[in-house]
Design a protein around this ligand. Structure first.
Ligand SMILES: NC(=O)c1ccc[n+]([C@@H]2O[C@H](COP(=O)([O-])OP(=O)(O)OC[C@H]3O[C@@H](n4cnc5c(N)ncnc54)[C@H](O)[C@@H]3O)[C@@H](O)[C@H]2O)c1
Length: 261
């Protein structure tokens, strides 16, 4: 099978674990030279080492403009360019609206929306400078598409990111930079372990047509597609990878009696 990302320099933020780590492995498998950047600098370096000699591991706080600038300078110094950005770093939170403190709101928006903006803008500027186009995949969320308890800050940040993706797609098209969103459904990672209590897990079991959580590798496969030449005309799109959750309406078990009107 051909290696679809051969020679491309691919940055994965939040790549020390979870969906980011699985995607970094998938990028490497497809021939990319991978950079993993994470708040957990040691984790980023360990993850990069597990990928082999081409990979680079860096510390970054995506919410800190100076840190993002330093990260991009280090990538350009080491690899000369950035072809692919998987803009994945994010933090989870589950706080009732009435109890959400301003500092929590600011941190969640700061990482999940402002941080994604800072990294995307810095990478896009490098793509424009090199002049050979690029691929950017942002990570939105079902919490930004549908109502959910406790997701005022998280859902607002992800809804904002989904809209930002559309703006980026329109403005960056002339530079041959493809921009899309991937929306993971319920994926079994550390962030889900924090945000999903037993009641949430039971509800997902009832509401996802495929009746199971997804795996980080299932998101990684979709991201590789969006970053490959096969997706060259997919632009400004939001690809839900969620076992059918977003599209599901009322679902009754076949042997259950239909509700009376
Ligand atoms: N797991 C799910 O069910 C799910 C569902 C929808 C969306 N998402 C989104 O997918 C992305 C990855 O989620 P995950 O489940 O793999 O999370 P995770 O918590 O397993 O991994 C997130 C990584 O991001 C890093 N990170 C956190 N803050 C950072 C910062 N300020 N700067 C740099 N790195 C930072 C963490 O250190 C961690 O390595 C997130 O954006 C999340 O919101 C996840």
């Amino acid at each position: 099978m051909s290696r679809r990302l051969e020679g491309k320099v691919a940055l994965v933020t939040g790549g020390a674990r979870g969906i980011g780590l699985a995607t970094a492995h998938a990028f490497a498998r497809e021939g990319a030279r991978v950079v993993i950047a994470d708040l957990n600098a040691d984790g980023a370096r360990e993850a990069a080492a597990s990928l082999g000699q081409d990979a680079l591991g860096l510390g970054v706080d995506v919410a800190d403009p100076a840190s993002v600038t330093t990260m991009i300078a280090a990538i350009i110094k080491a690899q000369g360019r950035i072809d692919i950005l998987f803009n994945n770093a994010g933090i989870g939170a589950n706080t009732p609206f009435l109890e959400t403190r301003l500092e929590d709101w600011n941190r969640i928006l700061g990482v999940n929306l402002t941080g994604a903006f800072l990294v995307a803008q810095g990478c896009a500027r490098e793509m424009v400078r090199v002049g050979e186009g690029g691929k950017i995949v942002n990570v939105a969320s079902l919490s930004g598409q549908r109502d959910a308890n406790g997701r005022a800050a998280y859902g607002s940040a992800k809804a904002g990111l989904e809209l930002l993706t559309k703006v980026m797609a329109v403005e960056l098209a002339e530079h041959a930079i493809n921009v899309n969103n991937v929306v993971p459904g319920a994926i079994e990672t550390d962030i889900a372990k924090i945000m999903h209590d037993q009641a949430t897990r039971a509800a997902y079991g009832r509401l996802i047509p495929m009746t199971r959580y997804g795996t980080p590798e299932e998101i990684a496969d979709a991201v590789v597609f969006l970053c490959s030449d096969e997706a060259r005309y997919v632009h400004g799109h939001t690809l839900n990878v969620d076992g059918g959750f977003r599209e599901a309406g009322l679902m009754f078990k076949r042997d259950a009696p239909a509700p009376s009107a």
